[in-house]
Design a protein around this ligand. Structure first.
Ligand code: SF4
Length: 212
């Protein structure tokens, strides 16, 4: 960690405001935003990261040359360089068995969130075999499935009826670092708080009385 060699695809950023002894806290999950004008794509000399036809910012792991240029140019700081050879001592068969749905990456590969492309592909194959299109909500990313607060919604932004397209119409929607014009696909909803200080005070007084 001290050498900036941590490995994760989603970071939880924390923001504090107000009184240092009793600050308001906001947390924000931050992973690859799958930008339309992705700076990481423009700088990669070997085109190891590029757009797919559906707008995902995808990685071609075996093209990665280890220069890590994307790490320094991605404005959201969501890329991690794979410094360690995690599977070095494992037999090849065991490596393949560890995660059959995802390519096992080797040292020197630049890592980031893929919007769970393996889950997207699986849903598309299932739908194709059944002669239908993928239904809204059928693809759940790993972070979406794991979030107990259901704070993450994934879907097709080209479908105006999808949950994600509807949520994007909300007045609270914003993009992080919008002024950079990298046009991220991930958007956020601003946190709502009760701004009435009298109510906050009243609750505090009630709490105090309650605790005697
Ligand atoms: S968030 Fe960073 S890594 Fe993801 S597409 Fe944008 S520039 Fe690239």
């Amino acid at each position: 960690m001290r050498n900036a060699r941590e490995m994760h695809w989603m970071r939880i950023d924390r923001y504090y405001a107000g009184d240092i002894n009793d600050p308001e806290v906001a947390v924000q999950p931050m992973n690859c935003q799958h930008c339309e004008m992705a700076p990481c794509e423009q700088v990669c000399p070997v085109a190891a990261t590029s757009h797919d036809p559906e707008g995902l910012n995808v990685m071609v792991y075996n093209r990665v040359s280890g220069r890590a240029t994307a790490r320094t140019t991605a404005p959201y700081k969501v890329r991690r360089f794979n410094f360690f050879n995690y599977t070095k001592d494992l037999p090849e068969l065991v490596q393949m068995a560890q995660n059959p749905e995802v390519t096992v990456r080797f040292r020197g590969v630049m890592e980031k969130c893929t919007y769970c492309i393996q889950r997207i592909s699986l849903a598309k194959i299932n739908a194709k075999n059944q002669g239908r299109t993928v239904a809204d909500g059928e693809i759940k990313t790993a972070c979406e499935s794991a979030c107990p607060a259901q704070a993450i919604v994934f879907g097709n932004i080209n479908d105006p009826n999808s949950r994600v397209a509807q949520l994007k119409k909300n007045d609270r929607k914003y993009h992080v670092l919008e002024e950079l014009n990298v046009r991220p696909r991930t958007s956020y909803l601003a946190k709502l708080r009760n701004p009435n200080p009298a109510l906050v005070k009243e609750t505090a007084v009630k709490d105090e009385n309650h605790h005697g």
